[in-house]
Design a protein around this ligand. Structure first.
Ligand SMILES: Cc1ncc(COP(=O)(O)O)c(C=O)c1O
Length: 433
């Protein structure tokens, strides 16, 4: 049986979505959901790479919902692991009484991360993982400052916002930010073969030389929300060397790039870079909220041994349902060799997406594995494309600090038939307006 494609039954959003969005508007914080005449729809269910809305419309999903549904939406193995777990133990006690499933997950994480990373803090969001990384670096180095990159995205809670480099998110809260961060320029590879990272590394080195208070350098191997920006090959390796030179901990944020998305289990493996601290999340829980900070023994041992109350913890630390889901997710990635699949499909994507260059509004197409960005001439073009795509039965996401990039991060299990058809729909959505 071939996998389903899109099926749009009427105008988007349909009647039921419209009714529900009117109710949402009354009670949700007004900053959350942007409601327009043609956007969004209310989701009812999802399976694999197809999302069904409350009016019965079916959409092909090229976002995997922010990269979370990497093993497909409502993966049956995750569903049964969670169902099994929920009747036995839905919650344990964060830093007091652990659960067996949490111990299994900690062991499993140690088995898939680059060798040398062995100690984990389980978080409930990517932002929390980043914050714990910053705290770890401070404890390990005694230095309170951090460096990161312009247009980076590491989350929006106050600690994470200190290092998030997209100005729009920082500006309204700038008065409350400690402002210890140094923002460096993130280089953009000219093409897939670009290895010239020297100028960017030189400018990072000279900026860091002027500050003696930097304990952590936080970097995404590919800037995701910043517009799917790939640096030249060798950049991450160069940063590793600079961090070693200045006694700074290298924090690699793989919250989006992790779990096979870019064709290796973690993107830092491509350059054989061992971070001091690795942040992971999104795809990790197969749809349940869980993230983690994984570090070297040396870095993580900066935390004092707990003798009662942990210095950093939270109510839902190591939630058993999320742990069971994460174990099933890692199992699915390995069982189906999804890392290799992402790599192979990445090669296919080059030619398939390349055809889109014939649209005048397309300025650049770049990516690796199953993480791609299509840069358009303006945010308005990108928005119109996303809205039109929805009416055609295709889910897309806008990215980039200006919003002029369409990010494509499908599930790693999307069939070729679905993927190619989705790209055909994208082609139609890009057509002259
Ligand atoms: C690279 C990266 N880091 C951190 C975060 C923040 O994660 P969360 O939204 O789970 O707090 C995100 C979210 O998009 C991300 O893409």
């Amino acid at each position: 049986m071939s996998e389903p494609l899109e099926n749009v039954r009427g105008p988007i959003p349909g009647k039921r979505s419209t009714e529900l969005l009117a109710r949402l508007r009354l009670h949700e914080s007004r900053n959350v959901t942007a409601i327009e005449e043609r956007f969004p729809v209310v989701w009812e269910s999802a399976l694999g790479s197809v999302v069904t809305d409350v009016d019965g419309n079916e959409f092909l999903d090229l976002t995997s919902a922010f990269g979370v549904a990497a093993i497909g939406h409502s993966n049956p193995y995750v569903a049964s692991a969670v169902a099994d777990q929920v009747v036995r133990l839905a919650h344990s006690m964060g830093d007091v009484h652990p659960s067996e499933v949490r111990i299994e997950l900690l062991e499993r994480i140690a088995s898939i991360v680059p060798a040398g990373l062995s100690r984990t803090y389980l978080a409930t969001s990517g932002s929390e993982a980043i914050e714990v990384a910053l705290k770890t670096a401070m404890l390990a180095t005694g230095k309170a400052g951090h460096a990161s990159f312009r247009n980076s995205y590491h989350g929006l809670s106050f600690g994470a916002l200190e290092v998030t480099g997209i100005e729009r998110f920082r500006k309204p809260f700038a008065g409350a930010l400690a402002g210890h961060a140094l923002f460096l320029d993130y280089p953009r590879a000219k093409n897939a073969a670009d290895e010239d990272s020297a100028p960017a590394l030189e400018s990072a080195r000279s900026a860091l030389q002027k500050r003696d208070d930097i304990g952590a350098l936080v970097v995404e191997p590919i800037q995701g929300r910043g517009g799917v920006i790939l640096p030249p090959t060798g950049f991450l390796r160069g940063l590793r060397e600079i961090c070693d030179e200045f006694g700074i901990l290298l924090v690699v944020d793989e919250i989006w790039t992790g779990f096979g998305r870019t064709g290796t289990m973690f993107a830092c493996e491509r350059e054989a870079v061992l971070p001091d601290l690795l942040c992971i999340g999104k795809a990790m829980g197969g749809g349940l909220p869980i993230a983690a900070l994984v570090g070297t023994e040396a870095a993580m041992n900066a935390w004092p041994l707990s003798e009662g109350e942990a210095l950093h913890t939270s109510t839902f630390l190591g939630n058993p349902l999320a742990c069971a889901a994460a174990l099933a997710t890692i199992g699915e990635i390995e069982r189906n060799d999804l890392v290799s699949r992402a790599k192979q499909l990445g090669v296919t994507m080059v030619s398939r997406l390349g055809n889109l260059h014939r649209h005048k509004i397309v300025q650049d197409i770049r990516g690796r594995g199953m993480m791609w960005g299509i840069e358009l001439d303006s945010a308005a073009s990108a928005h119109e494309t996303v809205v039109r795509a929805l009416s055609l039965g295709l889910l897309l996401l806008q990215a980039g600090p200006e919003g002029n990039v369409i990010s494509i991060t499908p599930s790693l299990v999307m069939s070729e038939r679905q993927l190619f058809h989705a790209i055909d729909l994208l082609d139609r959505a890009l057509a002259p307006r």
